[in-house]
Design a protein around this ligand. Sequence first.
Ligand SMILES: Cc1ncc(C[n+]2csc(CCOP(=O)(O)OP(=O)(O)O)c2C)c(N)n1
Ligand SMILES: [Mg+2]
Length: 649
Amino acid sequence: MNIEEKCINTIRTLSIDQVQKANSGHPGLPLGAAPMAYVIWKNMSHNPKDPKWINRDRFVLSAGHGSSMLYSLLHLFGYGLTIEDLKEFRQINSLTPGHPEYGHTVGVEATTGPLGQGISAAVGMAMAERHLAAIYNREEKIIDHYTYVLCGDGDLMEGVSNEASSLAGTLQLDKLIVFYDSNNITIEGSTDLSFKENVLMRYRALGWQTLEVKDGNDISEIERALEEAKANKEQPTIIEVNTEIGYGSPREGLAKAHGEPLGTEGVAETKEFLGCESREFCVSDEVKIHMEELNKKLLVKYEEYKEVEKAYSENHPEDYKKLVDSFNGKFDLGFLNDEEFYKFDKDMATRASSGEALNRIAEKFDLLFGGSADLGPSNKSTMNNSENFSLKNPVGKNINFGVREHAMTAIVNGILLHGGLRSYGATFLVFADYMKPAIRLSAIQHIPSIFILTHDSIGVGEDGPTHQPIEQLAMLRSIPNNIVFRPADATEAAVGWSVAMRSDSTPVCLILSRQTLKNLEHSSIEAQKGAYIVKREEGELEKLIIATGSEVSLAVEAAKDEKGVRVVSMPSRELFEAQCIEYKEEIIPSKCKRRIVVEAASSFGWYKYAGDEGRIISIDEFGASGPGNEVFEYYGITVDTIKNILNEI
Ligand SMILES: Cc1ncc(C[n+]2csc(CCOP(=O)(O)OP(=O)(O)O)c2C)c(N)n1
Ligand SMILES: [Mg+2]
């Protein structure tokens, strides 16, 4: 056994030891995929001592269930994970949780586990790399790196990976290199049960270079494929590496190797087969020395880059500062303090005022990189001062995601995970359901993705129930660490954008109308507190109306001659909940029980604000096709309904 094989076997044994100690986890992938992981980590540009190095190659373990292997690599390469940490695998508050968690364990580039998400986010990383290179590179290539993915059968079965891969092929993301751990096994058994397509033929059709390594233990073949992948300057590459799940264990080649500990005997037999010491969590001195040598070689590349960086910082100090600041999440957003940003002189649909606000931002801020899932003209999500992003025009800021909401969302996440940019995706609110798994990942990773979700209610009109969102707001509001912002007019829409741009660890969903909304007399930047008074009572407060978005102007109209009635605009429940108790009490006094909540969507979740004695004007069924204003009448979301209920309570 040569030293490289010894290192690979150490990755294997450390991984199965973690799973065995935790009595939980997935030994199959590490045993099969350790050689390709070793080859990637040996060859990629990274520096464990500077894990946030801007120009490092990114590595995404899309098959997140192989987390123990990632932790073994992080340990062996010296990222600070100790053997003690490995012993704490899958325990509460350990640095080695069940699936890799971004922001929690140093060296983890993306939270993965929901299959298909990692590879899709990696497409976003490769797009970010290309775009940033186009913005910053001069003679010195300050941004110039690869994005590597290790994925399994499951990742490639998931539709989102195909969506993202199709875009990657179209954009010719040549610096994206995917290693496919092809073991023909998933949980239920052979992939023949449900996945008989020729994956490489499919990827060829998507415009990728496809390579195959027949024997996943042949590291020179893997290395050769890696070089070939890098040499292709026109296409992303997928390398199918044929492996045996659970290699070397008594369960080799079986689905049973996927996700159960091998048992002490199984572990012992595996180590014997591999020719390794039986001791738990054993790393031989020889392996340690070899890893140090590898790290020294990695350092050479790093130091070469540091020279480039030094020259760049001297020759282009302003750009350099901007680059470094942006990677630290520091963006120059001073223009959001300008009152003019929140002023609009005519009534507009909030999708239109959002589009205006976006363009006001784009005039001052050139690190915004985003687009729509083929609805740019409807979502008003195009930055008019820039062009489309493409191979030929990598400096273009508008991304054409195609009709791929799920991949769009995962890609936006990937762009943010890469760093150096802000990003957004846009579609109709009703299709937020197609985005949900990736929005959840934005929230879980604490990254400030922005989602422009227009056509926000039955106001959509003629397109009918399939296009009229009802329960989507409730779904979005149910996601922890997600801000949902439904502005009532143009000023509030601009406030929504300022909240989104200033957010540093929370995604923001902007919920926007198709139809024109009147500018409220008293809308203001107070909207950033989530709720505020837009029509104040005269004298004693008797009744309270809480409304959001398009329904606020109905509420104001219904209450205009009612002295004791207050109207609260509540664009964001999450932002309101984050206010101090005094403010909340001031806006919605607990003693005022006569309340009405108005929102042209599901009532789900509104009783908290309506209270036991309150009433909710909402829609708890799918909408109907017809002119938008008539559909509002049809469902009784009208000034008259509000007035009638005001009289009843
Ligand atoms: C979206 C999603 N669906 C289901 C699962 C549960 N799951 C985890 S691993 C797995 C099978 C994965 O098979 P493969 O990628 O081939 O991994 P291998 O068994 O070869 O390690 C499934 C269904 C998941 N993690 N994510
Ligand atoms: Mg598999």
